[in-house]
Design a protein. Structure first.
Lengths: 112, 112
């Protein structure tokens, strides 16, 4: 079964850092580009970042560029999102997503 | 950035009746390879998003054939031929012709 499982969310103070992980299974992870997409409480979907299969192409939304870093470890079938200098407005459910498959999400809450 | 505008934002429908959601982009979504990268997602209450349609009109595996996508250039439509109770949720269009990827605001489908 194709599956994406996120972890690493939690409560963090403004200015703090958090590292999200996404474990992939059921498909050849190393051949797919991957995304992070977030959804603030009660709001719509916002694309955050993309990394190509071999990590050669990386893109960010303007709202996170310079603060977030996407990476992957194809040997461990894992995707990561390093989030620094977190702000209140980064509070959201963060989804790991292939083009067609999404994880269940991990909740990040930024609050003092 | 490409702005995606959906209408209506709220769509009350009667069971068994058709429903239609419009999605307009601020720029043409035709890519240099000739493809149009416009997806439709469904998000049921409390669930992760699920892709229904890719490249305008291609249904994902397991998606009922009552869902159909159409359109070209900057004007796209998702149609549900006969709404069922399980179709309640929020529907999003998303373009990935240009970076950054952008979503529409979402259309909430509910039963009258």
């Amino acid at each position: 079964e194709v599956q994406l499982v996120e972890s690493g969310g939690g409560l963090v103070q403004p200015g703090g850092s958090l590292r999200l992980s996404c474990a992939a299974s059921g498909f050849t992870f190393s051949t797919f580009g991957m995304n992070w997409v977030r959804q603030a409480p009660g709001k719509g979907l916002e694309w955050v970042s993309y990394i190509s299969s071999g990590s050669s192409n990386i893109y960010y939304a303007d709202s996170v560029r310079g603060r977030f870093t996407i990476s992957r470890d194809n040997a461990k079938n894992s995707l990561f999102l390093q989030m620094n200098s977190l702000r209140d407005e980064d509070t959201a459910m963060y989804y790991c997503a292939r083009e067609d498959i999404w994880g269940q999400g991990t909740l990040v809450t930024v609050s003092s | 950035d490409v702005v995606m505008t959906q209408s209506p934002l709220s769509l009350p429908v009667t069971l068994g009746q058709p429903a239609s959601i419009s999605c307009r982009s601020s720029q043409s979504l035709v890519y240099s390879d000739g493809n149009t990268y416009l997806n439709w997602f469904q998000q049921r209450p409390g669930q992760s998003p699920r892709r229904l349609i890719y490249k305008v009109s291609n249904r994902d595996s397991g998606v009922p054939d009552r869902f159909s996508g159409s359109g070209s250039g900057t004007d796209f439509t998702l149609k549900i031929s006969r709404v069922e109770a399980e179709d309640v949720g929020v529907y999003y269009c998303m373009q990935h012709t240009q970076w950054p990827r952008t979503f529409g605001q979402g259309t909430k489908v509910e039963i009258k």
